[in-house]
Design a protein around this ligand. Structure first.
Ligand code: BJW
Length: 241
């Protein structure tokens, strides 16, 4: 039988890929900060009610992330980007660790924790101060700044979403790594890939709502499973020279 060849690889990642770098995930025990669930704080309503509380949470996370390094899973995706004929990375993570590892062909669907946005003017800035000297931080115009991330009920950046859709539609291999696969529209992307004929591989510590639809479910930590998976897939993905 002919061995499979994958000419276009798309990867969707969630917070589980950064867990072994020390970044907390969202759901489960790990997702608790003080006595709040992450889902209660990542909303425009929470920010309107108590911007200082929401910013304290982001300030705490920024401090944690600043001390973290990309792990073997992030680095494997950089190798894949260099060696695959076509490659695209879609991350839900705001921690910036994929870019720090060296990934370039990618979108950050839910924004980036190191960017802030003026609540009055909408302008976006990089802000890497840790800890923040003032909470909530303010724009030079005097208005409060907010994290430049996507909260529940908010729309995702149109061009990032278009790129993610296109990558899901054209790929013939999709890897879904370290996401609970419950937050839409990101959670719909594997189904789109599958409908267009892609082979779907999930890497997670546990089964998720996506697992029944995956062609392979690899249970284990991303930093351990992904390098092994890449060793196996590499010959089927490398460009033809
Ligand atoms: C490991 C591991 C290791 C651990 N190795 N694995 C369709 C149906 C139903 C609802 C909706 C729908 N369309 C839209 C909605 C509403 C809503 C939604 O999806 N709600 C559901 C929860 C029900 N979506 C939205 O509101 C989105 N906006 C939108 O669609 O606008 C239009 C619209 C609005 C309203 C209605 C209809 C349309 C916006 C979603 C924005 C999500 N934002 C957040 C916060 C970002 C900023 C921040 O970081 O502070 O994004 S919430 C949070 O969840 C964050 C994450 O990116 C996202 C996903 O979480 P993730 O990454 O999957 O983490 P976990 O913790 O859930 O899972 C970790 C996984 O890793 C686990 O499975 C572990 O087992 C695993 N793991 N260690 C491998 N070492």
């Amino acid at each position: 039988m002919e061995k499979p060849r994958y000419s276009s690889v798309t990867v969707l990642t969630g917070s589980g890929i950064s867990a072994e770098s020390g970044v907390p995930t969202f759901r489960g025990e790990d997702g608790l900060w003080r006595h709040y669930h992450a889902e209660e704080l990542a909303t425009p309503q929470a920010f309107a009610r108590d911007a200082a509380l929401v910013w304290e949470w982001y300030d705490w996370r920024r401090g944690l992330i600043a001390a973290c390094e990309p792990n073997a899973a992030h680095r494997t995706l950089v190798e894949m980007e260099r060696e695959c004929e076509e490659f695209f990375l879609i991350t839900q993570n705001v921690d910036g660790l994929h870019r720090r590892a060296g990934s370039e062909r990618m979108v950050e669907l839910h924004g980036n924790i190191w960017q802030v946005r003026c609540t009055a003017e909408g302008s976006v800035f990089v802000n890497e101060e840790v800890p923040l000297p003032q909470i909530p931080p303010r724009c030079s115009c005097g208005a409060p700044l907010r994290p430049h991330v996507v909260w529940f009920g908010e729309s995702l950046d149109h061009s990032s979403m278009q790129a993610a859709h296109a990558a899901a539609e054209i790929c013939d291999l999709m890897l879904v790594i370290g996401t609970s696969a419950v937050v839409h529209p990101a959670a719909s992307l594997p189904a789109i890939a599958k409908q267009h004929g892609a082979y779907l591989v999930e890497v997670n510590l546990e089964r998720t709502p996506l697992s029944p639809y995956a062609d392979e479910v690899l249970l284990g930590s991303a930093a351990q499973v992904l390098p092994e998976l890449w060793d196996r897939l590499r010959p089927a993905c490398q460009g033809v020279s």
